[in-house]
Design a protein around this ligand. Structure first.
Ligand code: CUA
Length: 317
C-alpha cells in the first residue's frame, strides 16, 4: 500500500547515505529530547503538584552536578553535530581531481549542459555511473538552484559568478532534477532528468550524439574569432600575458595582490578586464561583455585550461 511512499528520496550517490546518516542523527537527538521534556513535564506536574493550600516547598540552593551535566552534555552533542557537518561540508565542496567536468548554464526556465566532448543537452544530463561529476555552473539571468534529491546535491546557480557542485552516482537510472530557488513564473517547471548509465552505455551515448566540436576546439575558434591571440601570444612576449600555463597558477596583480587564476578569475577577466590587472601590463584589454555568452565563456575557459595540458606535454622530452 505504501510502496510508492518514501520518507526520503532514493540514495543514488556516494554522498547520499552520509547525508542521510547525519540527518537521522539530528532527528534522533531531536526526538529523544522532545520526548524527554514532554515526559518530564507530565511526570513533574503530577509528582510535584500542590497538595494543600498550606503547603510550602523547601528552598532549593542549586546543584553543581546537575548544572555541569546540562552544560556539558548539550555541548558535546552540539560539537558532534558541528564536526560531523563540517566534515561532510568540506567533502561536498571539494570535487575529486578525477572528476568529469560538465558546464551548466541556467536561465529562465531551463538547464543547459555542455560536455567536454562538445555534446550539448537541454534539461537532460547523461553521466556514467561510478565516476565523480563536477559541475561548473552559472546563470544568464536570475538565481537558480541545481537540485537532484537522489544525489543529495543542491547548489545555488548565480548570475555573474561560477559555483561548483559534484556528485558520484552509484546506480544507473533516471533521477529528477529540480530548480530549488524561486526564479519566476515557470520556476516549478524548471526541471529535468539526470540519466546515469553504465560506462559502456555512456560511451555509446557520447559517440552517438552529433559529433560536434569539442569544448576546447570551440573555445580555440572563439579565441581566434575574437582576436585574443593578437595580444595573448603563446610565447609570452605580446602586449598581454601569455595564457599558456596560467590556469590554476598564482598571478600577481598590479595592486601587488596575488590570486589563483581559477574559473571565476578567467571569466571576470574576459568580461571586466580592468578589474584585476596582471602586474606589468597596461589596461588595454577591451571588455567582451555582450560579445560572448556564458556558454562561449565556458568554451574559452576550456581552451585556456587546455593550454596548461599542452605545455606539460611539450615539457616532456
Ligand atoms: Cu530556476 Cu527556479
Amino acid at each position: 500500500m505504501f510502496q510508492g511512499l518514501h520518507f526520503l528520496p532514493e540514495q543514488a550517490s556516494t554522498m547520499a547515505s552520509k547525508v542521510d546518516a547525519l540527518f537521522f542523527f539530528l532527528v534522533a537527538v531531536t526526538v529523544f529530547f522532545a520526548t524527554l521534556i514532554f515526559l518530564l513535564v507530565i511526570i513533574f506536574a503530577v509528582k510535584y503538584r500542590r497538595r494543600s493550600e498550606a503547603e510550602r516547598p523547601a528552598a532549593i540552593h542549586g546543584s553543581m552536578i546537575l548544572e555541569m551535566l546540562w552544560s556539558v552534555i548539550p555541548l558535546a552533542i552540539a560539537l558532534t553535530i558541528f564536526a560531523w557537518g563540517a566534515t561532510l561540508y568540506f567533502r561536498m565542496s571539494r570535487p575529486p581531481q578525477s572528476s568529469l567536468e560538465v558546464f551548466v548554464v541556467a536561465k529562465q526556465w531551463m538547464w543547459r549542459f555542455q560536455h567536454p566532448g562538445g555534446q550539448r543537452e537541454l534539461n537532460e544530463l547523461h553521466v556514467p555511473v561510478g565516476r565523480p561529476i563536477k559541475m561548473t555552473m552559472t546563470s544568464e539571468d536570475t538565481i537558480h538552484s541545481f537540485f537532484v534529491p537522489a544525489f543529495r546535491v543542491k547548489m545555488d546557480v548565480l548570475p555573474g559568478k561560477y559555483t561548483t557542485a559534484w556528485f558520484e552516482p552509484t546506480k544507473p537510472g533516471q533521477y529528477h532534477l529540480f530548480c530549488a530557488e524561486y526564479c519566476g513564473t515557470s520556476h516549478s517547471q524548471m526541471g529535468g532528468w539526470v540519466t546515469v548509465m553504465e560506462p559502456a552505455e555512456y560511451e555509446q551515448w557520447l559517440a552517438g550524439g552529433k559529433p560536434g566540436e569539442t569544448l576546447v576546439a570551440a573555445g580555440e575558434r572563439m579565441f581566434q574569432r575574437l582576436g585574443c591571440q593578437a595580444c595573448h601570444l603563446k610565447e609570452g612576449s605580446g602586449r598581454a600575458p601569455t595564457l599558456v600555463g596560467i590556469y590554476g597558477k598564482q598571478v600577481e596583480l598590479s595592486t601587488g595582490q596575488r590570486l589563483i587564476a581559477d574559473d571565476g578569475y578567467v571569466r571576470e577577466s574576459i568580461l571586466n578586464p580592468q578589474a584585476k590587472l596582471v602586474a606589468g601590463y597596461p589596461p588595454i584589454m577591451p571588455t567582451f561583455k555582450g560579445l560572448v555568452n556564458e556558454e562561449q565563456i565556458q568554451q574559452l575557459l576550456a581552451y585556456i585550461k587546455s593550454l596548461r595540458v599542452e605545455e606539460k606535454a611539450q615539457a616532456k622530452p
